[in-house]
Design a protein around this ligand. Structure first.
Ligand code: FAD
Length: 307
């Protein structure tokens, strides 16, 4: 185990800590968090999104919060999503929405999450907004895919995320192909055991390239969710080689990460979508970002001491 692996495991462990999560909510978006989060409310994020749009970047927003355990909270969150979609359209933002099904009741009941999603997607369809279902940890993968398929049969404005660290993903792509899905392909952010996921970074990278290639060659719209230049260059070269036009794929990166690369790609004529979280429940999100990249820890520490 090298130092990076130890640090990663430490922050992934912290990301599941309920006490720290509660404390984080009490203290709000301090400690450098505002560099990675668009605001504590969607209204606060609106000017930030407008600025990104003016700079030639498109956006997807994520209302922070996961693992909701009460039915009333899941319903409130669905209602909030509906209002956010109206605000997006009223403000003419070039913006999609990303959602975590656990925040809409996935752990409570299938019926609840479907009712909530249908309410959100009805509004989104009416206002011309697209949604993407984030992928959470592997214990929820099958349920998320099943719900996606059910929704996709009825709505065209819904996409999904597939993670290259999971062994199953290649087969999932084959099974999803008949839906011509809009997929965001990522490496995967959770701590997963060797029985379900590659532990070796090279394998995760290699698999991501294979998934990108397969999905693009299948003719499906592809979002590559990565800050890794190797993945980005691979995608560009593949598109060039295969004559896949720039309006058939896009790059997605997290808000606050690799800003220069985001702008450079947009200037080259690629669609770049910035994933912008907002809300009070930033703790789990932030800890997973620290786990991914030790350099983020340095700027978190700077954030603490600069106030
Ligand atoms: P890494 O493998 O972390 O890094 C590879 C190399 O890229 C690094 O060595 C470095 O050279 C370079 N690099 C990476 N980050 C930076 C940086 N900030 N600055 C400078 N260089 C850098 N995961 C999920 O499990 N479910 C989801 O639904 C999900 N949605 C996502 C949405 C988006 C838009 C993005 C970007 C990621 C999402 N992820 C999601 C997280 C994803 O799975 C990875 O954990 C995360 O993106 C880190 O992998 P990477 O490909 O960016 O690069």
């Amino acid at each position: 185990l090298n130092l990076q692996a130890i640090t990663k495991n430490f922050f992934l462990f912290l990301s599941n800590n309920k006490t720290l999560d509660r404390l984080a909510k009490r203290y709000g978006t301090r400690f450098g968090v505002d560099k990675l989060v668009g605001g504590e409310t969607f209204s606060q994020a609106i000017p930030v999104i407008k600025q990104l749009n003016e700079d030639g970047l498109v956006v997807t927003v994520d209302h922070l919060g996961e693992f909701v355990e009460s039915e009333s909270e899941a319903r409130e969150r669905a209602q909030e999503a509906v209002e956010t979609i109206d605000a997006m359209a009223d403000n003419k933002l070039d913006c999609e929405m990303s959602v975590k099904l656990t925040s809409l009741g996935l752990d409570i009941s299938r019926e609840l999450v479907l009712t909530n999603m249908e309410m959100i997607l009805d509004k989104a369809r009416e206002r011309g907004v697209t949604l993407q279902l984030d992928m959470e940890d592997s214990s929820r993968c099958q349920a998320t895919i099943d719900i996606f398929k059910q929704l996709r049969a009825k709505y065209t404005n819904v996409g999904l995320v597939i993670q290259s660290y999971l062994y199953r993903s290649d087969k999932d792509l084959d099974e999803l192909d008949e839906y011509n899905p809009y997929l965001r392909l990522v490496k995967g952010a959770y701590k997963e055991p060797g029985v379900v996921a590659f532990q070796d970074k090279d394998m995760v990278d290699r698999n991501l390239k294979q998934l990108i290639k397969k999905h693009m060659l299948n003719g499906n719209y592809t979002a590559v969710g990565s800050h890794d230049e190797e993945m980005i260059n691979f995608t560009k070269e593949l598109a060039e080689e295969q004559g896949i036009p720039k309006d058939r794929f896009e790059f997605q990166m997290l808000y606050g990460m690799r800003n220069k690369l985001q702008h450079d790609l947009a200037k080259e004529g690629y669609t770049v979508r910035v994933y912008m979280p907002y809300g009070m429940e930033w703790y789990g999100y932030y800890m997973r970002r620290l786990a991914e990249r030790p350099a983020n820890i340095a700027f978190a520490v700077k954030g603490i001491f600069s106030r």
